[in-house]
Design a protein around this ligand. Sequence first.
Ligand SMILES: Nc1ncnc2c1ncn2[C@@H]1O[C@H](COP(=O)(O)OP(=O)(O)OP(=O)(O)O)[C@@H](O)[C@H]1O
Ligand SMILES: [Mg+2]
Length: 367
Amino acid sequence: MIVRSVSLGSFRNYAALELEPSPGLNLIVGRNAQGKSNLLEAIAMLGTGKSFRTAREAEVVQRGQSLAFVSGVADLARGRIALSCRVALTGGIARKTYAVNGAPVRYAKFLGSIKVVTFVPADLHLVSGAPSLRRAMLNATLSQERATYYADLARYTKHAAQKSAYLRTAPQPDRQLLGTYNALLADLAARLLLVRGRYVTQLAQAAAAVHRRWLPGGALLGLAYRPSPAVDLPDEATLRTQIHAALEEAMPRELARRQCLVGPHRDDVELTLGGQPLAQYGSQGQQRTAVLALKAAEYAVVRERTGEAPVLLLDDVLSELDGQRQEAFLGSVEGYEQAFVTATALPGLQIGSAHYVVEGARLSRIR
Ligand SMILES: Nc1ncnc2c1ncn2[C@@H]1O[C@H](COP(=O)(O)OP(=O)(O)OP(=O)(O)O)[C@@H](O)[C@H]1O
Ligand SMILES: [Mg+2]
C-alpha cells in the first residue's frame, strides 16, 4: 500500500504540514528535535489510530492548541481510501474521533485500514526488555489485522482491570464474584491465546529464515510463545476450560497477593539462539540481530496474512546500525512498497526515492 498524501494540523511541533510522499523509500533527515519522530508518529496513527510514543494522547496536540489532526489518502489493493484522526482537548482530556472516506467511524472500524509496521529505538530492547514490550509487539500487529482480536483484547483488559481493582480494594473479596470474573476472563483469554499462539508460530518460522539468510550456518533463532497460564493450545473450548481451572486454582494466591496473577496480560515470547535464552546469554550484537530478524519477519508475516504490503516506518533505528546491517535489514524487508526512514544523518545510505530535510517542522525535498 502507498500513502499518497498526509496532512497535519496542530500535531506536536507541526502547526500545519502537507506532504505528498513518494512510493518506495522516503528518507527524512534532520537534526535532533526538528520533527522526525513526530511525523512518523502521525503517519502511524493513520494506521493504528494511536500514538506509538505515548498513552497520553493529549500530548500530540500542539501546545497552546485544542485540536490536532492527521489525515491522509492511501492506495490499497482494494482501492483508494481517505482517513482522518482528530484529537480534541477539553479541560486537558483528549477525545479522539475518526473518519473513513469522510464519514465518522468508530475506532474499531478505523484501525488497520492502512497497515503499518514500525521499528523504533525502544524495539532494540525487545529481546532483553520487559515482557510488556513483546506483548505490545503482538498486540500492535494482531489488532491491526482483525477487529475481533482488538475487541477481545479491549474487553479482557477492561475486565482484568476491574477484577484487579476489586482484589485490591474489597475488604473481604467475594469468591463467587471472583468466579464470575474468572469465567468471563477465561472465555476472552482462550481466544487471545489461540490467535497469539498461531501468530507466534508463523513469526518464528519467518524470523528463523531471515536470521539463517543473514548468518548461514549460524545458530538457530527460536521464538516460543509462553502463554499464561502455561498450557498447550488445543481447541478453544478445551483451552477455555483449562484457563478457567488455572484461574480458579490461582484464586487463593490472588487473594493473598491481591492481584491478577494469571492470564494473557502475563504472556511472554521467549527468544533463543541455539536453544539458549537470548535475554540472558546473548551478546549485544546477537540480541540486536535477533530484533532485526524479528522486525523483518513481522513485516513478511503481516504482508502474507493480509495480502497487502504494510507501510514500513523506521524511526531513527538505521543510524544505530553499521552500514552492513543497514543494507541487510532493508534488503530483507522484501517487497515493501513504501517506507519512511528517519535519521539524523545517513551518509552511507545512497538508496531512496525521495530525500527530505526537516528543520523546525518544515520539510524540504532535496532529492
Ligand atoms: N505537543 C507538542 N507541541 C509542540 N511541540 C511539541 C509537542 N510535542 C513535542 N514537541 C516538540 O517537537 C519537537 C520535535 O520532536 P521529535 O520527537 O519529532 O524530534 P526528532 O526530530 O525526532 O528528534 P530526535 O532526533 O532527537 O529524535 C521537539 O522539540 C519536541 O519538544
Ligand atoms: Mg526522534
